[in-house]
Design a protein around this ligand. Sequence first.
Ligand code: NOJ
Length: 547
Amino acid sequence: MENKTEWWKQTSIYQIYPWSFQDSNGDGIGDLKGILNRLDEIQELGVETIWFSPFYLSPGEDFGYDIADYTKIDPRFGTMEDCDRLIKEIHKRKMKVVLDMVMNHTSDKHPWFLESKSSPSNPKRKFYIWKKGSKKPPNNWISMVGKSGWNYDRATDEYYYSNFLSFQPDLNYRNPKVKQTMFGVLDFWLKKGVDGFRLDIFNSIYKDESFRDNPLSLRFFPTPDNHDEAFFQKKQYNLNLPESFSFAKDVRKHVSKYKHKPFLIGEVSGSDQVLKSFLGENADGLNLVFQFELIHFQFNAKFFKNLLLKNETIFPKPFTPTYVLGNHDQRRYIDRLGGDKRKAKLLVCFQFMARGVPIIYYGEEIGRKEGRISNFKGKDPIAKMNRFVPLFLSNLIGIYINRDNCRLPMLWDDSKNAGFTNGTSWLPVGTFQKEDTVAQQKRDKDSLWNQYRSMFQIRKEWQAVREGSLEVIETNVMDVLCFERKYKETILHVYLNFGNQLQKLPLTNKTNLIYAFGGSKLRESFLELPSLSGMILRMTESKSLRK
Ligand code: NOJ
């Protein structure tokens, strides 16, 4: 069934967080018309697929990840007409649209939940997971946010389950009606022509049927790529259940009925084996899953080399790895680099040139920095839960609490509020320099924005980057990473010098320079790679580097 030219294997994904991208009506919150006004600029950057964080009707307690109606647009963002127009205009520009789909839970203000809560005999009761407990929660399950996932409802003397926050009750996929209803929601959007879905906490869809207690574990802190052992618990019975793996195949089968072959990308976490189970042993599950290793990169060639080797071993073709530097839940990567845009250029070249799908979070292309909003002042519900934890302490122990800080408005230009809004921005724009904005970086050919643009262009131009094989090449220089991308007769080599020293590498056959940055030079018989520079070459022969 796998066809190597499937578009989603070759694409790149750009995530827009609608709250913070572009406001058009002065209410301080981004909206669909605002995004529409920026579509040409998104296209100019080279974006191929846009993923939108939720803009459905929502009380907004988790900024859209708490949905009150899956087929309505929240008035903060506009109307269904705006949405239809947005989809149309994106397609007109030959880009694709991916919507965020929160299948695991709804808002507790969703009419289904209000009905469900109203009485144990209500037909919607079984839409959610309700259970009796004898004066204590029915079992020991800890949610992803580190507290009991059971929420007591005094009126009916039962508990409902939520694997995230209490106002996000989990749907009960053991009820066939829930499955059917949610497939109907997918159909609603697929008929509007959306090209795929990003599936929120998809690894949480099923919970153990007999509600067994989770075993204990010694681990306390979760990491971005592993939630399944955390808070002193191995989450064997409330995350990553085999039923969720087979549900991935059901959803894939369902969406595959559509002629335009929509795709699915799952937010799941766990070991590589778990990730692979969501993709299906015959690549017949989710098309892609987020791989979060780059969220905690170490800035040295060895780290990136090992990541490539690992992905080529565990996710060889027909699987497609993904490379993610950040999203609306994680500290921005530029802050992890101490703001160093030269280092950022290396990371981006790696992300775009590796075999797989690069996923870019809005603002990464200009090196948009984090905010410094304390947990106490946070709007993010996770920050509110932890409001007495000082920011420096959460930073020190390496856990990310106040997600407001990675959701600050886009920096478009040096006008008021960086061109994001005429009104009062919902989150502070923060201090910034002219050089930090899109407008200025577009003018500067050495800017990070232009590095991203070149990377998008190189992907478009070279089949070898989009679907070629990947092989790591030994250079014998510890600080330099080199890898080969090959498609039919075309061979490209990527060199990245992560170290502090200038490196010279001999060349033995004819080459053409495709791209150079950071002062690297292609000399007659060797390559000159200053510290933090990189180069992409077309080779006439494979593995042309000698010791
Ligand atoms: C994961 C999303 O990325 C996050 O922003 C959200 O708060 C939770 N899922 C709950 O939907």
